[in-house]
Design a protein around this ligand. Structure first.
Ligand code: KIV
Ligand code: NA
Length: 263
């Protein structure tokens, strides 16, 4: 396949073909996911939990994400690479720019930031300086202490209206993609229909432009309680390659997420 670019992702959205994204933290998995046809590799700050063993994403540093991004970039050939900006690394435009530059220089093609209204000027500042940005709304794990836990977001009419307004604001500010995490499927569909940029869902129903999962969840290796939206794609497979291919196929044919994975 040809190298995946932001143009590829927009074309997939326009054509109604679902976009596949997985988190990835090292070179070997990057090479495998790339060969399996995954379009986007995300160096998520979830690495703080699945790789480092922390109980949240808050301790992750920009150097940590840069280290994993460089490894992923070495293993990858054609997939599009997005790196998460960790907690506290994008509170001001200048700090966001300096930290994003480190991630782009490590091999990311886009950075992802969590937040609503307050982050619009940050997105504008980065995109005006040639750093593509993926926004992230709904359950934003870096705000766990403000949200009072990892809970489904956007359930009231007021919260849903705010999320829709914020999605449009972030698109206007220059965001190229939007991750929607743990929101009602109907709200995610409304947001997706409102926007002209692709949406990528995790616990956000089947109507987003694409789907993302944490690779450890897809492989069933993350210990502890499994979130509703998680599916272990190793079930029924005998190797990791087949599990990743099964995930790609299930997203493309819209059999994942099924109703039992949605809110
Ligand atoms: O850090 C991460 O893995 C993420 C995805 C779940 C979207 O942000
Ligand atoms: Na993240």
């Amino acid at each position: 396949r040809k190298a995946v670019t932001i143009t590829t992702l927009n074309t997939l959205r326009e054509q109604g073909e679902k976009i596949t994204m997985l988190t990835c933290y090292d070179a070997s998995f990057a090479a495998m996911m790339d060969r399996c046809g995954v379009e986007i590799l995300l160096i998520g700050d979830s690495l703080g939990m699945v790789c480092q063993g922390h109980s949240s994403t808050l301790p992750v540093t920009n150097n940590d994400v840069a280290y994993h991004t460089a490894a992923v970039a070495r293993g990858n050939d054609k997939a599009f690479i997005i790196a998460d900006m960790p907690f506290g690394t994008y509170a001001t435009p200048e700090s966001a720019f300096n930290n994003a530059v480190q991630l782009i220089q490590a091999g990311a093609q886009m950075v992802k930031v969590e937040g609503g209204t307050w982050i619009a000027p940050i997105i504008k500042f980065l995109t005006e300086r040639a750093i593509p940005v993926c926004a992230h709304l709904g359950l934003t794990p870096q705000s766990v202490h403000q949200l009072g836990g990892y809970k489904v977001q956007g359930k009231t009419t007021a919260a849903a209206d705010l999320l829709k307004a914020e999605a449009q604001l972030l698109q206007e500010a220059g965001a190229s993609l939007l991750v929607l995490e743990a929101i009602p499927a109907g709200l995610a569909k409304e947001v997706t229909d409102l926007l002209h940029i692709p949406t990528i869902g995790i616990g956000a129903g089947p109507d987003c432009s694409g789907q993302v999962l944490v690779m450890h969840d897809l492989l069933g290796v993350f210990p502890g309680r499994k979130a509703r939206f998680v599916k272990n794609f190793m079930e029924g497979q005998t190797n990791i390659d087949a599990a990743i291919k099964a995930y790609v196929a299930a997203v493309k044919d819209k059999s994942f997420p099924a109703p039992e994975h949605c809110f």
